[in-house]
Design a protein around this ligand. Structure first.
Ligand SMILES: [Cu+2]
Length: 475
């Protein structure tokens, strides 16, 4: 969410707030100015991986695609670890694993997946014979599927046998319709697609193919997981027999889509974009991995691993007079003001220079961005020639995949004063510090009044008092 004027409700420990203690109620109260398919999740430790997440759909009364479909479904895709992150995360961060991303045990569609429980880790919960996600459609009708990848680690390619999918929305923004047999979707990305239920009445396989886009070796935590890379669901026509689909996949070439986005050059914005031209600041983010002298693996942006200041979030520091230009290097702060030109047209370019062998889905808070350059796999981290930027009709997103050993350039309007988190959405990379803080127009932002409920999280809460307040309200 853009959180314009409410940066302090953006939910990042050490950036915009302190953590919410157990048994305390905290209200995020903000005004929406966006429509489309989003999701919410915890941004603390590994809670998102344990399931603290869900879809957030905002309906647009002027949706240009209303009338082009009859019904809609929400489809979440996720990986699943039987081991809770309370155990997994410390193991992962321990020296021996050098930060190789833990491999999930399984995957699910809208929370439903199947697994051979004999292979599940000891003492973990595993339910045999789980249901399979089933979406019932009526022949002759059209359906909007809102697809969200809420994974910790994995990339999905989703397809439905005999049913091409027409993309109409990408990360909350409408695009001109484009029809594909299979949709690659990286972590935190969203697509709305329209499906035409025009096939014979039957059951059709939904295929959510998993790809792990980071290197695996025998030091990788859970590397021998019996992960089934082909998660399935059922598209069931009303009137079809209750049986598993026997439909065949079209000749799907997963490798050509693995770890990639739908080609950004093939996606065209539905409404004409005006790309801002007054670039007030350029942030060159060199993305690498490294290790501390102790051997502990870290993720680095410009050779610095982000460590949140959990007890004194950056937004409060700036409001209380701390000079944002003097934050410690562990804060990975990039600070910019608009001092020249038309500030309504002010823009920031982020060059994501990925010098690792992983692909990274990068997400920026508080903004949607234009993908003005998306380098091919292996083309290197030399800053591209600006002549190659697409400033005419780039697609907007809020998560972009940066391929291994390549460069991507995003541009966004610098019109939202605040402290905005910029990070890889692979949960394990985030835990290793693959994050930066974009400190936008601090000379304006420092005049913000941060509400007492937010600052109160940092001064220690009297739990009994808070409970009394809550009780008195409910009475
Ligand atoms: Cu990453």
């Amino acid at each position: 969410m853009l959180q314009r004027g409410t940066n302090y409700y953006d939910g990042i420990v050490g950036v915009t707030q302190c953590e919410i203690p157990n048994k305390v109620t905290f209200l995020y109260n903000f005004t929406l100015e966006q429509y489309g398919t989003y999701w919410y999740h915890s941004h603390f430790q590994g809670q998102i991986v344990d399931g603290l997440k869900g879809p957030l759909i905002i309906y647009d009364p002027k949706d240009p695609y209303y009338g082009k479909y009859d019904y809609e479904y929400i489809v979440t895709l996720s990986d699943w670890y039987h081991t809770p992150t309370g155990i997994l995360l410390p193991l992962f961060r321990a020296n021996t694993y050098k930060g190789a991303d833990p491999i999930p045990d399984s995957g699910d569609i809208s929370g439903l997946g199947q697994y051979d429980c004999k292979a599940a880790p000891k003492n973990s919960t595993c339910n045999p014979n789980n249901k399979i996600a089933t979406y019932v459609v009526k022949k002759g009708k059209k359906y909007r599927f809102r697809i969200i990848n809420t994974s910790a680690l994995v990339h999905f390619t989703i397809s439905i046998d005999n049913h091409p999918l027409t993309i109409i929305e990408v990360d909350g923004d409408y695009v001109k319709p484009i029809t594909l047999d299979a949709i690659p979707i990286n972590i935190a990305q969203r697509y709305s697609v329209i499906l035409d239920a025009n096939q014979p009445i039957d059951n059709y396989q939904i295929r959510a193919h998993i790809t792990i886009c980071t290197p695996i070796n025998n030091r990788t935590l859970n590397y021998n997981a019996s992960l089934n890379h082909d998660v399935t669901g059922i598209l069931k026509y009303d009137g079809a027999e209750d049986k598993l689909p026997t439909s065949k996949a079209d000749s799907l070439n997963y490798t050509s889509k693995a770890c990639r986005d739908v080609n950004p050059n093939s996606l065209k914005p539905y409404y004409e974009n005006k790309v801002p031209k007054n670039v007030i600041s350029t942030f060159k983010a060199l993305v690498t991995f490294g290790s501390l002298p102790t051997g502990k693996g870290v993720a680095l942006i410009n050779n610095s691993s982000f460590v949140p200041n959990s007890n004194y979030p950056t937004n409060q520091q700036i409001v209380e007079g701390v000079d944002p230009y003097k934050l410690p290097s562990s804060q990975n702060a990039h600070v910019y003001e608009c001092n020249s030109g038309d500030c309504k047209d002010a823009a920031v370019d982020i060059y994501i220079l990925n010098n690792s062998s992983d692909s990274h889905p990068f997400h920026l808070h508080g903004h949607i961005f234009y993908i003005i350059y998306n380098g091919e796999n292996g083309t290197g981290i030399n800053p591209p020639n600006e002549k190659d930027f697409n400033l005419k009709d780039p697609v907007t997103r809020d998560v972009v995949t940066v391929l291994p050993k390549s460069t991507t350039v995003i541009r966004y309007n610098a019109n939202n004063p605040g402290v905005w988190f910029f990070h890889c959405h692979i949960q394990w990379h985030l835990n290793m510090g693959m994050a930066a803080q974009m400190i936008e127009l601090p000379s304006i932002f420092k005049n913000t009044t941060i509400p007492a409920d937010v600052t109160g999280l940092c001064v220690g809460i009297d739990l009994d008092k808070k409970k009394d307040n809550k009780n008195s309200k409910t009475k």
